[in-house]
Structures are given as structure tokens and as C-alpha cells.
Design a protein around this ligand. Structure first.
Ligand code: DUC
Ligand code: ZN
Ligand code: ZN
Ligand code: ZN
Length: 487
């Protein structure tokens, strides 16, 4: 059974051109003019782009005394409806601390539910001999080449600097890429305690407790620790100029450091926390918090200049009842916002429509760059013969007002409620299957999605900056007789 996507304009990270795309089974087999297939998918007046890849989600994740409400089924359906054909979820070790058991647990949750492809990042939330050993199996047997480190959430997920350094060195040995949540967890905790003592208990205090300086400090620290360990680094949810500046400086010195802003930080600002309605503000509590417009401008500039490479969501959706756990104490509001379904349309509307990004840059930021960073390009992230047919027919003639009433997410609100978007996926194809057709009441097929194995990087441990010294410690032979006596 072949399918042909006809009469569209293909957009990749490099260029745009008019051509048809022929699909046989799960793969793209030909790109050219006047192609014919058993079935035709109309792309007239639309772009044909690589399926979106969201590298940062937390589906059904146990966190802050509860479990994220979005399931693998509703989350991947929301992804498909928004033009995202693959997501990478964070896998957290459970009570026993085992990485491999955690992957088994995540597989069990996701396997029969997912309607798009997925992968995991493995979280390192402590350090011991067993974790050191298991990391090798995670990379070589389970096909996971990224390890996430939380520099915040003290007493829960946070790792100390020595633990992070040890894990980064292990990543370098294994050809894996370390990721960090960069916020100074010690100071966040101190600021939370001070604010609570002063009677500041509302959601706005969440933002006061996590100022941009704490993110900038942690980003700088992680970059230096990565350089000392001899590994590239990926910084998740870069929300402010201070962290962005650290990344720019590192890259300018030749270090391989990547930065991921979120669609929420690009489009929503800190004034959201000052809303008089507690529930409205609490729904928007996430870490790092939303920032002011100056930080937003910095993030947009990073995307167009290339110092930031990827736009993600950190999709962690909690219901109103869950958010109310923090009614009297902002530190108990589960941190997280949604965005899986809205990421592509919001970035298009506020990035491409405004002229801040070209369509090619949009494709790079939503798909191609992260496919390269995660080592799954060109299987994913391109429109290329031999690649997976993860393709979106992206229709810039559809306008839509974002509304909870039409969203696929199972929570009862949407942080982008009322925003108008100027493009939507007309069709979303995952490995050749049409899993979403706009306006046609598509239903997900839970369990059709696959886990994508991501091989280790061959060159990761060679990515040292030229400032790195003492790479191989050597002992200097000295004659003690040379030391003058009596000094
Ligand atoms: N930040 C959030 O807002 N939610 C999940 C985890 C995180 O770091
Ligand atoms: Zn500490
Ligand atoms: Zn985080
Ligand atoms: Zn996250």
C-alpha cells in the first residue's frame, strides 16, 4: 500500500520546494514531481513538514505528592492533534533507585497507550555504584542516550555537584548526553522558607522564589562541570537571559552546549501570576516560572540566531484538584503546565507569522535540531528518502482559537485558552499512518506507537573545549634534595 502526499510545499530545516512525497508502508520512498500512489493525501496550499518532536514531557509522572494527570494515551493523542509525532518522556527511578526497573515501569505504563512514537530520558536522582553500572545497560541495551539531572527539588530529585560530576563523566565514557534542570535548589529552598515566613503563600510567591539569577547560576555551574567532565551538555527549559547568556558564552568558546526554551516561556509572561483568581495563577505554576518580556525577547533572539536550538513543552499537566494541594502554601502546588497540542501552532503564529522565524527555522526548532541532538536523524526529523514517514501536512489557512472544549488533553483548562493560532495540521502521519485529520473526528489507536531506540554518540567524549587542562593527570618526579632546608 503506497500513499502520495500531493501538491504541497516541502519545508525542511534547509529549504522549501514543491514536490510530492511517496510513502510505502512506514517509510518515505520517493520525493519528486507527479508521483502516484494507491492513496492520495492532498497538500494543496499547505506545507509538508517533518513531524514535530517534543523532547520534554512528564506523562503520568509521580511528582510532588501526586501523579501528573496526562496519560500516555491522552498525551500522545494531544501530540498528534498538534502535529507532534514523537515525544521524549522523563523516566524517574522509583523507591528502589534502579534505572532498569524504572524503564520497565515506564514501558508498562506507555506500551498499550501510545499512538505516536516515544523515547525516554533517564533521570539520575542520586549516585552510587549500582547507578554507575546500570547506566551502561541503559545506553547499550535499552537505547537511551540521555541522562537528566535536577539541580533543584532539594530533598527529592536534586543531585549535588559531586554526584552530577560523576554522572557527567560516566555519560562521557558511554557516549551519552547529560541534561540539566538548571536552578539553584539550595537557594530556591531558602527563598521559599523566607517567603512563607513572611506570609507570602500565593502562587505569585512561586515566581519570587525562583528568580532568573538562580537559573543563570546553575546553568553556568552545569556548563563548567560538563566541561571539566569532558561532555557536551543540554539545558532544558531555558527561561531567562542569564541562562541563555551562559549558553551563548560557552558555545562561543567552542563548547557543545544546547539550550531548549519552552513554548510557554516564549509566549506567556510573569503577569499571569498576578491574576486575582488563585486557580488561574496556580494553573500556571511551573519551574522555572514565566518571566518578563525582556527574557522572552532574549529567547526569541536565541532561536533566530542559533544559540538556542529546540522548542519543547515540559508538558506536565495537573488537574485543578491537584493544584489545590497548594491552596495555603505555594510550595505544595504541583509544578507543571501543558502545551503538547499547542506547541507547533503557537510557535508558528508567534514566531513565523511575526517574522521572527522563517518556516525553515520553525522546522529546525520543532523537529530537525532535536533529532540530531538525540541521535535519531535522519530516521526522524527530516523529509528524506529512507526516513520514517512522520510527516505533517501543515495548513496555514486554518485559524483556530485555542479552547479547553476542543483540546485532547484531559485536564480541565488550557494555559493558552483564547489565543488565536493561524495554522493547524491538516493531516498528521506517523510512520505512514494518518493518525490525525483536521475536522474529521480522528480517534487515536492506543498501542500503535513504538519506542524509538537512540544509539550512543561516537564522538561525545571528544567534545572538549580548548580551555580544558589536566585531562590526563601525570605524576611529576622531583628530587626532594632540591628543596632548600630551613624554608
Ligand atoms: N518543572 C515543572 O514545572 N514540572 C515538572 C518538572 C519541572 O522541572
Ligand atoms: Zn547543595
Ligand atoms: Zn525541569
Ligand atoms: Zn520537565
Amino acid at each position: 500500500m503506497t500513499k502520495v502526499i500531493k501538491n504541497g510545499t516541502i519545508v525542511t530545516a534547509d529549504r522549501q520546494w514543491k514536490a510530492d512525497v511517496l510513502i510505502d508502508g512506514e517509510k518515505i520512498v520517493e520525493i519528486g514531481e507527479n508521483l502516484k500512489g494507491d492513496e492520495t493525501i492532498d497538500a494543496t496550499d499547505a506545507y509538508v513538514i517533518p513531524g514535530g518532536i517534543d523532547p520534554h514531557t512528564h506523562l503520568e509522572m509521580p511528582f510532588m505528592g501526586t501523579t501528573a494527570a496526562e496519560t500516555f494515551e491522552s498525551g500522545t493523542f494531544a501530540a498528534a492533534a498538534g502535529g507532534t509525532t514523537m515525544l521524549v518522556d522523563f523516566c524517574l527511578p522509583g523507591e528502589d533507585g534502579s534505572l532498569l526497573n524504572a524503564i520497565d515501569a515506564w514501558d508498562k505504563k506507555s506500551k498499550d497507550q501510545i499512538c505516536t512514537d516515544i523515547s525516554y530520558h533517564m533521570a539520575i536522582t542520586g549516585w552510587n555504584e549500582n547507578i554507575f553500572e546500570e547506566m551502561e545497560a541503559v545506553v547499550k541495551q535499552r537505547g537511551i542516550n540521555t541522562f537528566k539531572h535536577f539541580m533543584a527539588y532539594k530533598g527529592a530529585l536534586m543531585v549535588e555537584d559531586d554526584e552530577m560530576f560523576a554522572s557527567f563523566k560516566r555519560c562521557a565514557e558511554l557516549g551519552a548526553l547529560p541534561l540539566v534542570h538548571a536552578e539553584n535548589g539550595d537557594i530556591v529552598q531558602a527563598m521559599q522558607e523566607k517567603l512563607l515566613a513572611e506570609g507570602q503563600t500565593g502562587p505569585e510567591a512561586h515566581a519570587y522564589s525562583r528568580p532568573p539569577e538562580l537559573e543563570g547560576e546553575a546553568a553556568n555551574r552545569a556548563i563548567m562541570i560538563a566541561d571539566a567532565a569532558g561532555t557536551p551538555l543540554y539545558i532544558v527549559h531555558v527561561s531567562c537571559e542569564q541562562a541563555h547568556e551562559a549558553i551563548r558564552r560557552a558555545r562561543q568558546k567552542g563548547m557543545r552546549v544546547y539550550g531548549e526554551p519552552l513554548i510557554q516561556h516564549l509566549t506567556l509572561d510573569e503577569s499571569e501570576y498576578f491574576n486575582k483568581d488563585w486557580q488561574y495563577a496556580a494553573r500556571r505554576v511551573m519551574s522555572p516560572p514565566f518571566r518578563n518580556k525582556m527574557h522572552q525577547d532574549s529567547l526569541w533572539a536565541g532561536l533566530s540566531s542559533g544559540s538556542l536550538q529546540v522548542v519543547a513543552t515540559d508538558h506536565a499537566a495537573f488537574s485543578d484538584v491537584q493544584k489545590r494541594m497548594g491552596l495555603e502554601n505555594f510550595t505544595l502546588i504541583p509544578n507543571g503546565t501543558g502545551g503538547l497540542e499547542e506547541r507547533m501552532a503557537m510557535l508558528w503564529t508567534q514566531g513565523v507569522e511575526t517574522g521572527r522565524l522563517t518556516p525553515e527555522e520553525f522546522v529546525a526548532a520543532t523537529s530537525t535540531n532535536i533529532a540530531k541532538i538525540l541521535n535519531i536523524y535522519p530516521q526522524k526529523g527530516g523529509i528524506m528518502v529512507g526516513g520514517d514517514a512522520d510527516i505533517v501536512v501543515w495548513d496555514p489557512t486554518i485559524t483556530k482559537t485555542i479552547s479547553t472544549s476542543t483540546q485532547k488533553s484531559i485536564i480541565e483548562y488550557n494555559v493558552f485558552e483564547g489565543y488565536e493560532v493561524t495554522a493547524q495540521p491538516r493531516y498528521t502521519l506517523s510512520r505512514g499512518d494518518v493518525i490525525w485529520a483536521y475536522g474529521q473526528n480522528s480517534q487515536p489507536q492506543p498501542g500503535r506507537g513504538k519506542f524509538v531506540r537512540r544509539p550512543a554518540f561516537a564522538s561525545a567524549s571528544k567534545a572538549l573545549s580548548k580551555w580544558k587542562s589536566l585531562n590526563t593527570p601525570r605524576k611529576i618526579e622531583r628530587n626532594p634534595m632540591n628543596i632548600p632546608s630551613g624554608v
